[in-house]
Write a protein that binds this ligand. Structure first.
Ligand code: UDP
Length: 194
């Protein structure tokens, strides 16, 4: 996948979200790695936040989520990237997970939002949710949560902790438990539960 560089960070050019999903799931339907939605705010924060920068650089999939990223690549490289909205991408991924019966763990959001997202995914979408934690936990609980994710057997972990927390969490959890796909979903849980 060709990467286009903006402020030292490479962004991939996917024609649309289904091409990205095909790339992620591969021929065998098994996805691993970390996925980061790239927008202008994240790129600016990553100039000074070394942990965020490192998490973005190590991510397996970086796609253009923000219009300003699309415009910046056009100005700099003369290439028109497709904009892939993170919330849509996550919902498509959940549909695919439901079809394949892929085990999913949901991390993040306020407690009632987390509950409602799980209910909707299970009942309305038929997603096999194997674990859930809301996103307001103490630093000291991080290790336990990562173990809980591993022990749940989740193959897809959706992480809604806001940026840069979610990117850093995903990278660390992926390093400890590489046999899963981690997708940062920002405010998507609020959209689905609303
Ligand atoms: N969030 C969370 N824990 C936190 C901070 C945020 O679970 O410590 C959740 C928040 O409830 C929301 C999501 O992360 O559902 C995205 O938060 P925000 O909109 O602040 O982040 P952004 O999408 O702007 O990066």
């Amino acid at each position: 996948m060709t990467g286009y560089e903006i402020r030292g960070l490479s962004i991939s050019n996917y024609r649309d979200q289904s091409v990205l999903l095909d790339d992620v799931f591969g021929a065998d339907g098994v996805a691993t790695g970390t996925m980061v939605a790239m927008n202008a705010e994240k790129i600016v924060i990553a100039e000074t936040d070394i942990d965020l920068r490192d998490s973005i650089e190590k991510a397996d999939y970086r796609y253009a989520d923000g219009v300003s990223v699309v415009l910046a690549v056009r100005r700099r490289h003369g290439v028109r990237l497709a904009r892939i909205a993170g919330a849509d991408l996550w919902q498509s991924m959940m549909r695919r997970a439901a079809q394949q019966n892929t085990p999913v763990f949901l991390l993040g959001g306020r407690p009632p939002v987390s509950l409602e997202v799980e209910r909707r995914l299970r009942v309305d979408w038929g997603v096999h949710v194997v674990g859930r934690r809301h996103g307001y936990f103490a630093e000291s609980e991080r290790g336990d949560i990562m173990r809980e994710i591993r022990d749940s057997g989740a193959q897809i972990v959706a992480v809604a902790l806001g940026s840069p927390k979610q990117e850093i969490f995903m990278q660390e959890c992926h390093r400890r438990h590489p046999a899963a796909l981690y997708i940062g979903v920002g405010g998507s849980f609020d959209v689905v539960s609303g």
